[in-house]
Design a protein around this ligand. Structure first.
Ligand SMILES: Cc1ncc(COP(=O)(O)O)c(C=O)c1O
Length: 455
């Protein structure tokens, strides 16, 4: 097995040299194994995982119940091409559609959230042809494949691939007047996260989604709700659409559905949407399928995870424990207003909105030293990013208190540094990809032989 330096060097050689340099510079540890809320590194150090791959591990790492069910399925039939009816996929479709409101009865399997966004986009454009206009939110995230990029509201991700679809309009999240103006007499579809995620966490005003739903009904535009991150309990309800009682035309699910035990995503559509698709000549709905989407072992992982989430009432747990976590974070925000602007979110979908990305990095590193992993912005750029605190929904009260204690200790040191130092550091952080590797290694005092050899 490769040791830490070899792993990081391999990342540099075969993937991303800048990232590898930063792994060296920040003394990044390598995950060896994980269990529940804890990740263990290659030297046996234990970390509380409050990052959870941005919300994936809702039922904790290597959940024994899900693991057993997946292994049993692997022993029977791991994989089967789509179109071969398999009992676990059939059962999963039944379970999921029973959990969702009204006519959300038709299931299309994919392997990632991005792929499910693509399916929804294709379905919406086909269904509502000749309409081409689509509305999405500024700063939204729906995945990074080329189709999904059309509706991804973060300019940085899109600009290298322009021109994309011309008829997409981005509106400020949560602003119903802006939505009303954009939808006008009707568009093909409106794509929305029920709570804006990423480093922009924003809970919309109560009633916002309901009003968007009525607007869509009035104009016969399709409402696509992306619950890839919020679904299966993180925001304190099984699905975040429950807050406003909306019934989308298409709903996207992934991440929490297997708690990270297998890759799967679902685009669940209203009967009426699929009936319209079925009437389109030359577009049988099977064109919206993916060969390995809905493989038996991934479906087994989803069925077992859903069972675990329900049996252990994890959404209710997220709502209850979220209050404890957020009130601790809010206490820190009051104590360190220079560093922390506010604590957005709901349930266990929360974090610290900070002064700038340098503060986000400083807190992440200080917490890492104290044995807590948090969700630092990697791909996105926000002027005041939210450093995400996304523990598994199985987290205990003691683990929440432990993370808050580590945060308090970290902030004690960081709070003594003048704000303008963070502003200066921020300029450096923004230019990190342009700083020569040799300087970074020298500045950080990394003596690592492998790193030096490749510098
Ligand atoms: C709301 C939302 N939609 C879509 C995606 C894309 O999912 P994937 O990374 O599986 O393509 C994500 C991923 O973070 C997400 O948070």
């Amino acid at each position: 097995m490769m040791d830490r330096s070899q792993v990081i060097d391999a990342c540099g050689r075969y993937w991303n040299p800048t990232a590898a340099t930063f792994f060296h510079v920040t003394h990044r540890t390598i995950e060896s194994h994980a269990e529940g809320c804890t990740v263990v590194d290659e030297e046996g150090r234990r970390y509380l995982d409050f990052a959870c791959s941005y919300g994936v591990f809702v039922i904790g790492h290597c959940n024994p119940y899900v693991r057993r069910r997946v292994l049993e399925q692997m022993d029977r039939l791991a994989s089967a091409p789509f179109g071969v009816a398999n009992p676990v996929a059939a059962e999963l479709m039944e379970v999921v559609t029973d959990m969702l409101p009204g006519g959300l009865n038709r299931v299309f399997f994919a392997n990632s959230g991005a792929e499910s966004s693509e399916m929804a986009l294709r379905a919406a454009l086909a269904c509502n042809a000749p309409r081409r206009k689509v509305i999405a939110a500024i700063n939204s995230y729906h995945g990074k494949t080329l189709g999904a990029l059309n509706i991804l509201g973060q300019q940085g991700h899109r600009s290298p691939f322009l021109p994309l679809m011309a008829e997409v309009e981005f509106v400020p999240y949560g602003d119903i007047e802006a939505m009303r103006r954009a939808v006008g007499d009707g568009v093909a579809a409106v794509f929305l996260e029920p709570i804006l995620g990423g480093p922009f966490i924003t809970v919309p005003p109560p009633g916002y989604l309901k009003e968007v739903e009525s607007l869509c009904r009035r104009t016969q535009s399709l409402l696509v709700v992306d619950e890839v991150q919020t679904g299966f309990g993180r925001a304190g309800k099984m699905f975040a659409i429950e807050y406003d009682g909306v019934e989308p035309d298409i709903m996207l699910l992934s991440k929490g559905i297997t708690g990270g035990h297998a890759a799967i995503a679902l685009a669940v559509m209203q009967d009426s949407v699929v009936e319209r698709l079925e009437r389109i000549e030359g577009l049988p709905p099977r064109y919206l399928s993916s060969d390995s989407g809905g493989s038996p072992y991934a479906c087994a992982a989803a069925l077992a995870s859903i069972e675990f989430i329900r049996d252990n009432q994890l959404p209710e747990r997220a709502a209850f424990l979220g209050q404890r976590l957020r009130s601790g974070l809010e206490r820190m925000a009051r104590k360190y207003p220079k560093l922390i602007l506010d604590v957005p979110g709901t349930g266990l979908m929360t974090g610290l909105r900070v002064r700038n990305p340098a503060v986000e990095t400083a807190i992440t590193m200080a917490l890492g030293k104290r044995g807590v992993h948090v969700g630092h912005s990697m791909n996105e750029t926000a002027p005041h990013p939210v450093l995400r605190f996304y523990p598994p929904l199985t987290v205990t009260e003691a683990e929440i208190d432990q993370s808050l204690e580590a945060l308090e200790q970290a902030l004690e040191g960081l709070g003594r540094i003048p704000g303008r130092v963070y502003d200066l550091l921020d300029v450096i952080v923004r230019r990190q990809y342009r700083i020569p590797r040799k300087w970074l290694l020298r500045l950080s005092g990394v003596k690592d032989g492998h790193a030096q050899a490749h510098a």
